[in-house]
Design a protein around this ligand. Structure first.
Ligand code: GLC
Length: 618
């Protein structure tokens, strides 16, 4: 009895804290008292439905709201079927994930989706049902509980911009039911779609051109920014907002810790604009954040904003009115691969300086590869000053990573190559982009050593950044591109499947054999993962800066936290080089070899790196 009282107080206290602002923002968008009251009542229902375990997780994390800003989190993202067949299978593999030091798993879309029209699961037909081949909601709950036992966090996607055309609402809308049509964007003639097209860019210009799809059976266009089977939801309708919030809360109550808000910049549309990043998007994300803080404060919001830094940062909101907890460090990721192709760190150094100057409250998700293509979103204004034009440079990068030009050992494929704009994006796994696929194919031992070294160095560099590193499944042991998608007509058109292959558990058997590629990579990454968790200097709140090395191919990053200082030096070229740094403030130790080393005139082997830690004064 007492316990229930305490819980109720919890909800009340949290609700009161946000009630005014929530009402204000809701009224600003919807001005609908009845719908607002309904929302508030449902928040309480979802709170009450939340399990005691999750509620105590909420209370713990509320006490320690910076819990995700340390140096102890390491993520891995994977497709449930590729990784382990189904959700029960993932449960069996938790010890492997522990072996990888992973304590945050991102399960790629696993909700009900029509086969062949699923966009990798990003076309959701039912937000409350797991894809049959992967298991059931109970399996998901079992898995999250098992993960929590092992102190692991679970992330899934919340695809809020659109539903599948097979979703119940879409089915009714297609039958002409006005109530459901108003949950999407329907037009009975081409006038408005045409006007939208004048200002709205295209997401998939080749695989799904245009932003509208004609539905002959009801004589209407429907807005489809992504694939024609993904219908954009109309958040001007408060019913859409409320119901999607209920779906969100239903899912977090299954034990989800991190919600990836898919394609969030797109959720509000306005004629005459690009329909991206509009102010109302921020209003909605802010409301979502408050709803989390009221019902499930242990849950983090990870925003998917694959755009330039000026557009990404606003999604953190402000200190008083935060929005997302975490965002992808996307420009840094793309700039990293630009650096691999050019062997010139100047743009990356500049990019890191920008990120490092942002408030320390901002937490970035750092990564080398994810399930999507690389979009070459670089700072072209700066590149232009160095004589590199956007179109020609993109062409160079795409040629380079296809292995067609320069001293490239990369393998991979173009994505959505648009002949009109000359634009194309790129797909491939980290290992293939580093040369492991080519060296293996050509049976070239020296080339393989170099490729492994580059792969390890890129991870060492990624771990040097503040935030949460997330590995792409398979990268821990150098899994290469998978070309079998071409044989599957449902996937053949979408080259992103080249890096969405099934996990090769035969290769995993080799991770403890130091003579194998897998063993070499796994053991070296393992050491880095350990170091990152051991050394306090990796926490998000550390000071981070770049140091001039006077060599265009060498990047040096410094970190400082409570008396500890670490320098990381990374060689992006295939030649041995010297970093002409001169840090004379004390003695340094090479963290990998354990030997003493001066932080001056540091020799770094081809594609190698070193972590130099300043010795503590006695
Ligand atoms: C996000 C996903 C991508 C998907 C798109 C549409 O960008 O990362 O894979 O195609 O949303 O939902």
């Amino acid at each position: 009895m007492k316990r229930v009282r305490k819980d109720e107080d919890c909800f009340e206290v949290r609700f009161k804290r946000h009630a005014d602002e929530l009402k204000w923002l809701y009224t600003e968008l919807y001005d609908n008292e009845a719908m607002f009251s309904e929302l508030c009542a449902r928040l309480r229902d979802f709170y009450e439905e939340r399990s005691e375990e999750l509620k105590s997780r909420d209370r713990e994390r509320e006490q320690y709201p910076d819990w995700y800003k340390g140096n102890d989190l390491l993520g891995m993202m994977f497709y449930v079927d590729n990784f382990a067949g189904n959700l029960r299978g993932v449960e069996q593999k938790l010890s492997y994930l522990e072996q990888c030091h992973v304590n945050y798993i991102h399960l790629m879309p696993l909700l009900d989706t029509p086969q062949g029209r699923s966009d990798g699961g990003y076309a959701v037909a039912d937000f409350r049902k797991v894809q049959e081949k992967l298991g059931t909601m109970e399996d998901l709950e079992r898995l999250t509980a098992a993960c929590h036992q092992k102190k692991m966090n679970v992330c899934i996607d919340f695809v809020m911009n659109h539903t599948s055309e097979d979703h119940e609402w879409a089915v009714k809308a297609r039958q002409g039911d006005g109530e459901y049509m108003s949950r999407y964007f329907f037009f009975d003639n081409e006038e408005l779609p045409r006007r939208y097209e004048e200002t709205v860019p295209q997401v998939f210009p080749t695989t799904a051109p245009g932003n509208f799809t004609w539905l002959p059976e009801i004589g209407h266009f429907v807005m489809t920014s992504f694939y024609p089977y993904q219908w954009d939801l109309n958040y001007r309708n408060p019913r859409v907002f409320n119901e999607m919030m209920y779906n969100f809360l239903y899912l977090v109550n299954r034990g989800i810790d991190i919600m990836r808000i898919d394609a969030v910049p797109y959720i509000w549309k306005e004629l005459g604009t690009s329909c991206r990043n509009l102010q109302e998007v921020h209003t909605i994300v802010r409301m979502l954040r408050m709803i989390c803080e009221i019902v499930c404060p242990s849950v983090l919001l990870l925003g998917e904003v694959v755009m330039e830094p000026e557009k990404v940062a606003p999604y953190f909101g402000t200190v008083e009115k935060p929005e997302c907890h975490m965002l992808y460090n996307v420009t840094t990721m793309a700039t990293t691969w630009h650096t691999v192709a050019t062997r010139n760190v100047s743009l990356l150094k500049r990019q890191l300086d920008i990120v490092n100057s942002l408030p320390k409250e901002y937490v970035f998700l750092n990564y080398l590869r994810c399930h999507d293509d690389i979009g070459w979103g670089l700072d072209y204004e700066t590149l232009r000053r160095d004589g590199m034009e956007e179109r020609a440079h993109k062409q160079y990068l795409n040629d380079y990573f296809q292995g067609l030009t320069g001293a490239s050992n990369s393998r991979g494929e173009l994505y959505n190559s648009d002949p009109l704009s000359g634009d194309a994006r790129f797909c491939g796994t980290t290992a293939s982009m580093c040369g492991i696929e080519k060296a293996g194919f050509e049976n070239d031992a020296d080339a393989m050593e170099r490729a492994i070294r580059l792969d390890v160095t890129l991870h060492a560099y990624m771990f040097m950044q503040s935030g949460i590193p997330v590995l792409y499944s398979g990268d821990e042991m150098g899994q290469v591109n998978d070309y079998t998608y071409k044989e599957n007509p449902e996937k053949a058109q979408d080259s992103r499947y080249i890096h969405r292959g099934a996990m090769d558990w035969e290769l995993v058997k080799r991770i403890s054999d130091p003579a194998t590629v897998q063993g070499k990579l796994f053991s070296q990454l393992n050491r880095l993962e350990q170091l990152r968790k051991e050394e306090k200097v990796f926490v998000s709140g550390a000071e981070v800066w770049t140091v001039e090395t006077w060599d265009p191919a060498l990047l040096c990053i410094g970190r400082y936290y409570e008396g500890e200082k670490l320098l990381g030096i990374f060689n992006f070229s295939e030649q041995d080089r010297t970093a002409w740094i001169n840090e004379t403030d004390g003695d340094y130790v090479d963290l990998i070899s354990g030997t003493k080393r001066a932080a001056a005139g540091v020799d770094i082997p081809a594609y190698g790196f070193c972590y130099l830690k300043k010795e503590e004064e006695a």
